[in-house]
Structures are given as C-alpha cells and as structure tokens.
Design a binder for this molecule. Structure first.
Ligand SMILES: [Zn+2]
Length: 326
C-alpha cells in the first residue's frame, strides 16, 4: 500500500507550519472545531486493534495520526488498558473500534464520550457462527456460555476476515471520516475507493483460488474464520471457540477426530499470537500437518506479510495448500 508514504514527503517546514496553525486553531476555536485541533494539524485517531488501525491509516492517509490501543504482538481479545490509555481516549478526535471483541475497550470507549466514535460492527451485518463451540469471549466464563446474558454474545465479531464485509466497513469508515473532517473529504473518498478496489481484488483471488479443492473443511484452533468460510463455501471446524486461549472440551476433541477423518482434512491451523500447543497435540494424534492461518488481530515481525492485504494473501496460499486446490 502506498498511501502511508505521502506523509513522509511533507517537508519539515510545512509540518512546523501546520503545528503552529494547529495551536492557533486550538486557542481560537470553539469545541465544535475540536476534530481538527490535533497538535500536528492531523486528526487524532484511536483504533482499538490492527484491523481498525489498518482502515484508519489507509483511508485517513496523510490527514490522520493513528494510534492503536493494542500494541503489536498482544493477543487482543483479553486486552487490559492502562489508566493512561483510558484517560487519553477522551482526547481523541475520532475513535474506531469493533464492539464485542475487547470488553475493556468497549467500556473505555463508552466512558470517553468522543463525538466521532465509530463501531465497525454497525457498518456491516453480523452473523453467529460455530455455536457448538461456545459463544463467550472470556476464558474465565468457559463452560458457562449457555447462561451468557448478552443478547449479542452469539454474534461472531471477526468480520474483517471476509474481504467483502471488510470493504463494507471501509466504505462506512470513509463516510464517517468525511463527516468528522469535511475539509479533507475528497481525499478520504479517493483513499476509500483505492482500498475497496484492493479488497475486491483480494475477494476475486479467494473466490477463484478456492473454487476447486479436494476438501472444503479446515481445522483451526481459533474460530475466527467463520465469515471467510461462509463467503467461499468452506467449513471451519474450530477446536476451541471464538477466544483463541479457551481450552477445548474433551467432547469437542472427540468430534474433531471424527470430522478430520470424514472430511479428509490435512492440516490443523494455529495462529501466531496464541499458543500452538493444542494444535500440535491434535495434529500429532491425528497424523495431520500443522499450518498458520493468521486471524490478523495484530501484525508483528513474525506475520507472513507487512499488512492486511499481504497476510490475507498468505492465508489464501495456506488454505489452498491445506484444502488441496487444483
Ligand atoms: Zn479473535
């Protein structure tokens, strides 16, 4: 992606000028102009975790300064925020998060009361997947998911792993940035179109790459790929649940043994940010291979690509290999 490079081309003098203007604006303008009062003249955007950060950076381009609440390499589902992060949230010009992935973020965002707050889940439609492996996200609630009170608890939040749904979210993010920062609306629109075109290309690559395969079933430790599976006619068999750290039940392990034989699955997938112990044990028991399928909840040096698009391309290659693409 090239959008980010624009920022590096701005001369130092221009940045200094923008800083001075920003400070003037801050002291002279009313709170309704707060969206443009960042100290560097950029819109201060806080993203909850990587899939939100990527959208904000690609669409915001040179007009935004994005920070993520989830540092690279941190497993996001059980994230805890520091008092400083929670306090600083109310200074953001724009918050982009995805409800029901990170309970700590949901609480902090609700308290921050920032006018331009966008829940990505409202920009597409959510579905429930894999109800047989439990609904809850908190490992401490394991085994009690039937009694979970949240009516949304059954909905799968992993929408970004379906390029079509992610493109819908991108469109919504673009529109909301236009509203938050009307002066740069044309650029946000242009960047959104560029990103959506890349996501459409990715969708086509998945569609054709997974059309003819020896099996349609893949086994994974983290049930993050429900939307992806549905989009491309595959079946995800999750060992645990939507939470990557949850321990699978003995009954579920038995089922997986059965499913693996029936479906001729070849590979047990694990992810980079959580333990691979369960996947390795299971693969050994079943005589299967292990492979990495990255749920893109964070990018690190170990990721099979530098950004969302590249890692999704690596995921496609891994799936084609495991499913026996022809
Ligand atoms: Zn997840």
């Amino acid at each position: 992606m090239t959008v980010m490079n624009v920022r590096r081309l701005i001369p130092t003098a221009a940045v200094a000028g923008a800083v001075a203007l920003g400070l003037t604006a801050l002291s002279a303008c009313s709170s309704s102009d707060a969206a443009e009062s960042g100290s560097d003249g950029k819109l201060d955007v806080v993203a909850s975790f990587y899939p939100m950060q990527f959208l904000a950076e690609e669409i915001g381009g040179s007009h935004v300064s994005v920070t993520s609440l989830t540092k690279p390499g941190v497993e996001p589902h059980d994230l805890e925020l520091s008092p400083r992060q929670i306090g600083g949230l109310s200074d953001a010009d724009y918050i982009l998060y995805l409800k029901n992935v990170q309970p700590a973020v949901d609480d902090a965002v609700a308290q921050a009361g920032v006018e331009n707050t966008v829940d990505a889940a409202t920009l597409t439609t959510l579905e429930s997947h894999g109800s047989e492996v439990g609904h809850d996200h908190g490992a401490e609630e394991g085994g009690e998911h039937e009694e979970h009170e949240g009516e949304e608890a059954g909905l799968d939040p992993h929408i970004w792993l379906d390029p079509v749904k992610y493109a819908e979210v991108a469109e919504g993010v673009g529109k909301s940035l236009e509203k938050a920062d009307p002066d740069n609306a044309a650029d946000y629109r242009k960047n959104t179109e560029t990103l959506v075109a890349e996501l459409n290309k990715l969708d086509k690559a998945y569609e054709s790459g997974l059309k003819n395969t020896a099996t349609k079933t893949f086994i994974t430790t983290h049930s993050a790929f429900g939307y992806l599976a549905e989009r491309y006619g595959l079946t995800q068999e999750g060992i645990a649940g939507l939470d990557p750290e949850a321990e699978p039940s003995p009954a579920r392990i038995d089922e997986i043994h059965h499913v693996a034989e029936e479906s001729k699955a070849t590979t047990v997938f694990f992810e980079t940010l959580a333990s691979d112990k369960t996947a390795k044990t299971l693969a050994k028991d079943l005589g299967l291979k292990t492979g990495v399928l990255d749920p893109l909840e964070g990018i690190t040096g170990k990721s099979a690509g530098a950004d969302y698009i590249e890692v999704m391309e690596s995921n496609l290659t891994a799936l084609q290999k495991a499913l026996g693409a022809k």
